[in-house]
Design a protein around this ligand. Sequence first.
Ligand SMILES: Cc1cc2nc3c(=O)[nH]c(=O)nc-3n(C[C@H](O)[C@H](O)[C@H](O)COP(=O)(O)OP(=O)(O)OC[C@H]3O[C@@H](n4cnc5c(N)ncnc54)[C@H](O)[C@@H]3O)c2cc1C
Length: 466
Amino acid sequence: MGSYGPATWIGELRRLLGDDRKVSTGTAMRENHSHDFSYHAPRLPDAVVFPESTEEVSAVLRFANQRRIPVVPFGAGSSLEGHVVPVAGGISLDLTRMDQIVEVRPDDFLVRVQAGVTRSRLNRRLAQEGLFFPVDPGADATIGGMVATNASGTNAVRYGAMKHQVLGLEVVLADGRIIRTGSRAVKTSAGYNLTGLFVGSEGTLGVITEATLRVYPMPEHVVAARAAFPTVEAAARVAVGLIRAGVPVARVELVDEATIRAVNAYKKTAYPERPTLFLEFSGDEASVRAEVAFARDLAALEECLGFEYESDPAAREKLWEARHHAALAIAAAAPGKKMMVTDVCVPLSHLPDAIRHARRTAEEHGIYAAILGHVGDGNYHAAFMVDPCDPEDVARAERVNAAIVQYALARGGTCTGEHGVGVGKKRYLAAEHGGALELMRAIKGVLDPNGILNPGKVVDPFPAGP
Ligand SMILES: Cc1cc2nc3c(=O)[nH]c(=O)nc-3n(C[C@H](O)[C@H](O)[C@H](O)COP(=O)(O)OP(=O)(O)OC[C@H]3O[C@@H](n4cnc5c(N)ncnc54)[C@H](O)[C@@H]3O)c2cc1C
């Protein structure tokens, strides 16, 4: 390509978009877009571009595709596997100026939003209608980023992940074509499920500009509970027992004693440093009362050390405080280090043993791991703080990470239940998918033949033929 580099194309892009404020090359802005929340090495993009409409996204992609310039879609940058790191430079395409809530249809229980809307802003708007959107990753992520990672969170045990909420998408393809997938109907059998293809595609197949999502009525009555246990396995057994008994628990989160210790240090609190289950029940008052009583009895069978519950909203919030602060507390416990976090999901019956194995593996490697997770659906995290400048520290943590993933895969689980692949989980996809990985590569080759969309993530393009 000779001397045709960023210095040339950035000027052309500015002229194309007709507004210098839509293309930033400032160092601070490029640094903001060089990393996510994890230990993965940062890399600066050449420029950060802020489109304000689908047509502008289309124009940028057509421009980049013709010139083979990498484009990395960027939402809130809260992902955890190096997803937004522009490993090949190029454009970081920041969607946050596309933040319109286009349509709220309370009678159809759906909304249409642009990709840059954050989940908290969507929920503030929905509250006016007595509705809410249930998917709640711990960060205030954008809907585009949440679709692109198939995010979930504490409510997934009751409402499912992003893939269960997305009815349709507007997507701009690598060559600038704009397509719509799905419909406003809650179900469809009309052809291949292209909506599902883009959910979880991590910016490697297209740029999501709009999403049509299911929303739900706010529950009539909510009770939050907190229960401490002598062991992590006992707490996990109660979580599994609740699901097995068919209790429609709204949330069931596990936090181990290491995490509670970190929260106590971070928030100056004095929670008992014991493995703890955080629970939530919602529905009509009588059913909720019966579910809470059942959960308390089940917990007692596992020698529960204390079961507290509250229905008042402020008291509920207080009861769950330790869970809400867990991630930040873990990070604060090791200043200067970065977080590596496993994200395996196993069939529910394997959960207590999987957690015991993770704890033992970390201890054997001399790693201080905090374990927490959305245990109602078999998904848990072991979080370790690592020094990215110390290769031995990173290698040791990666060995633990790999052992936890292999344990999960051997039991029919997955290397990532909700965070996604990015660069960090790429190495496990062959073991998880076998021959299906070739099909994923082929799909990537069809939708992005020049490999401009978030290169280096999820799968590499189809290897060149003979
Ligand atoms: C403290 C903390 C707690 C977390 N807890 C959870 C949790 O409980 N559950 C969970 O699932 N995740 C969790 N996460 C991870 C993260 O919040 C989610 O992955 C979230 O969905 C990322 O959204 P984002 O807007 O930050 O996307 P980004 O990080 O900006 O991007 C994520 C990926 O999506 C792509 N992308 C972004 N926008 C678009 C678009 N419009 N079109 C196409 N591709 C796009 C990017 O290229 C990238 O590959 C947590 C993160 C933190 C920091």
